[in-house]
Design a protein around this ligand. Structure first.
Ligand code: ZN
Length: 352
């Protein structure tokens, strides 16, 4: 969290690119503290130390932003798991954990709202319901002195507009990121670039893409998006090896998984995505390509881990604290070049 004299979102972006590490749901699921399927972040109340630790790992790796882990701790998800009474405590606790880490590190504190799974463009009664869900979460973020609020993973422009309106009414800057899957358009019709410009016209500070697509299938969208939209552009892919045929993490198919599990199901999402994970080198390559396209707000979504974030920071020319441990193969026993290494070890390298 920044004080009144330190720069906020707009000022930081004017100085250079920003990095916001995301992917808390997947990473805490992988670590054994969150259930795949419902994906409700009960870990915030049950194991707050794990949430705090992941925030700290991401900052150590180069994230400029601590995103409060309130993703999917909205009224609909809490209802789904029968814990609506914990709605306010879970939001307040997530913000308090993130605020502590941001304050200790001079990072920006972001509140967070996301797709409600309630919004239906054909049912106007859902609009007010969704807006009130955003209002309550954004209100808690404002109470916690968030520097800005991220509204993310929206497939409907109409839902994104409701989130933006709630954030604007609270007087906070906003980052609004949309999801495109197989088609480069929103589910309620507008093309991606038009949807983003409409959000800017409605007052969004940063707009762009997050989740679903991997680097290979997000990069081609970025230069046209930067050209079409009059605001800083955000790009936060999932670090998975998506392809033209399988452009999203949900569409990736793994025949090995079907063989091992003995089922017909070969969809890797969500718990069999490991073999598709991008290396840190691919993340660096993405970062360089996105920067060349004009992206200003960088990050990674589901599947991201601290080593990916460090690679992103280093590709932007930075040396976060974790760079103290970046690779030095010159002193590797078999593959190194240090003259003190024994030749009988180096000579064996091709037989390893
Ligand atoms: Zn994601």
């Amino acid at each position: 969290m920044t004080s009144e004299t330190t720069p906020g979102l707009r000022e930081r972006l004017a100085q250079g690119p920003l990095i916001c590490a995301e992917g808390y749901v997947f990473e805490l699921e992988r670590r054994g503290y969150l259930q795949a399927g419902p994906f409700v972040p009960e870990v915030v109340l049950e194991h707050p130390e794990q949430v705090q630790a992941l925030h700290e790992e991401f900052v150590h790796a180069g994230s400029d932003v601590v995103q409060a882990f309130t993703y999917y701790s909205h009224r609909e998800k809490m209802r789904l798991v029968g814990k609506e009474d914990l709605l306010e405590p879970i939001n307040r606790q997530a913000l308090e954990i993130a605020s502590g880490v941001a304050g200790r590190n001079g990072s920006l504190l972001a509140g967070n709202v996301c797709n409600t799974n309630v919004y239906d463009p054909g049912d106007e009664a859902t609009y007010a319901q969704v807006r009130s869900m955003f209002d309550e979460q954004v209100g808690w973020a404002a109470n916690a002195n968030a520097d800005f609020v991220i509204g993310e993973t929206f497939r409907y422009l109409g839902e994104a507009e409701l989130a933006l309106a709630a954030i604007r009414e609270a007087g906070l800057p906003s980052v609004i990121t949309l999801v495109v899957d197989h088609d480069d358009a929103m589910r309620d019709g507008p093309a991606l670039n038009d949807a983003c410009q409409r959000l800017v016209d409605a007052g969004a500070d940063v707009v762009g893409l997050n989740c679903s697509r991997g680097p290979a299938t997000m990069v081609p969208l970025l230069a046209p998006l930067v050209d079409a939209v009059d605001a800083p552009i955000a790009a936060l892919p999932v670090p998975y090896r998506t392809t033209t045929a399988e452009p999203t993490m949900q569409s990736l198919r793994d025949p090995w998984a079907a063989a091992v599990e003995g089922t017909e199901e070969d969809r890797a999402f969500p718990t069999g995505l490991d073999p598709f994970t991008c290396t840190r080198h691919e993340v660096a390559e993405f970062t360089t390509a996105a920067a060349a396209a004009g992206v200003q707000y960088f990050g990674l979504c589901c599947g991201a881990a601290p080593h990916h974030v460090r690679a992103m920071a280093e590709a932007l020319g930075r040396t976060p604290p974790a760079s103290r441990y970046s690779t030095d193969m010159s002193r590797h026993a078999y593959f190194g070049t240090d003259p003190s290494l024994r030749s009988n070890m180096r000579e064996y390298r091709e037989r390893l």
